[in-house]
Write a protein that binds this ligand. Sequence first.
Ligand SMILES: Nc1ncnc2c1ncn2[C@@H]1O[C@H](COP(=O)(O)OP(=O)(O)OP(=O)(O)O)[C@@H](O)[C@H]1O
Ligand SMILES: [Mg+2]
Length: 376
Amino acid sequence: MANVSLKSVEKKYDNGFQAVHGIDLDIHDGEFMVFVGPSGCAKSTTLRMIAGLESITDGEIRIGERVVNDLPPKDRGIAMVFQNYALYPHKTVFDNMAFGLKMQKKSKEEIRQAVEEAAEKLEITDLLDRKPKEMSGGQRQRVAVGRAIVRKPDVFLFDEPLSNLDAKLRVSMRVKIAQLHQRLKEEGNPATMIYVTHDQTEALTLGDRICVLNKGEIMQVDTPANLYNYPANKFVAGFIGSPSMNLVKTVIRKSDAGLFVELAPGVKCFIPRAKQVLLQEQIDQAVYFGIRPEHISLANDSDTVNTVEGMLTVVENMGNEKYLYFKVGDNELIARVNDQTITTADIGCTMRFNLNTEACHIFDVENEKNLTIIQG
Ligand SMILES: Nc1ncnc2c1ncn2[C@@H]1O[C@H](COP(=O)(O)OP(=O)(O)OP(=O)(O)O)[C@@H](O)[C@H]1O
Ligand SMILES: [Mg+2]
């Protein structure tokens, strides 16, 4: 059991590239923490520094009570699972899983027990005699996880462990990893897990908390629900959620009816009262207006305020719902609707949409911070 704490951690690679700019992060004992962010944002670098596979150039990393800055990987109480399983091709599943324990000179009986226990957890007991090439990608990945489990690490580190698998297998392995975390907790041996992915669905479904990274800096650390509902800045707002939040650069204006933004000349959207009080300094200033696709619907005749006319440009049928792309002036927006009537034949038509601005966000144009967070 161990918490992991990073204080002002920096990484400058030998070629002079500064990959990590002073990261502060406390990962709780037994927590499932996900690192998410676009390619090159330093997810792997950060994970590898925690593992000890990469040195840090400044700051401090603690695992449990120990500062591990200068501790080799094998002494850190961690086990890492990579994207490319890295199994020994000529060894059986049993021997692959047993290898680390053999190196630690554990007794045969102890090794057998640990391997069987882990195999049972991952439902690969039937595969213990097979070689890696005789298994599917998902089965191999489970062996790679099994090899980490047998070592009973305090901290599991996963670097995109599922990205080699097809979409369906990814989902089932994702569930397995979540169950493993839950089961270890129920058995009284909670393990801290740090999981790197660029897949936001994986992040949202697995993480107790998610750390969103961009260009070697932390953008926000919070629960999946809070990241989604209260994104701290424009980056997180645009990164978390699919399809992405609509973001329009516009200006806050004041009228007798309250504050509003224009999505196109003369197309007004009024900001809810509770958020207006937070925007008094932004009047006549440029801002980004953000609204999620699910908060835009097809307007009814009874909708009179915050309706906009838009020209339909694309219809994406997702089966249970549709994504409607439409243009309001120069801005293209996406609505996520449950509608049986609209088809690609309607492309080019002008339709009325209703914006539920209660759920809108306003971001500062300079520092891109969310100005409208009212956390209840
Ligand atoms: N050995 C290295 N020397 C110099 N720069 C490096 C080295 N390794 C990585 N980088 C750079 O550091 C940055 C972070 O890389 P890192 O691999 O941590 O990104 P990542 O978030 O894991 O990306 P991905 O999602 O593509 O795996 C990138 O800009 C990368 O080019
Ligand atoms: Mg990476």
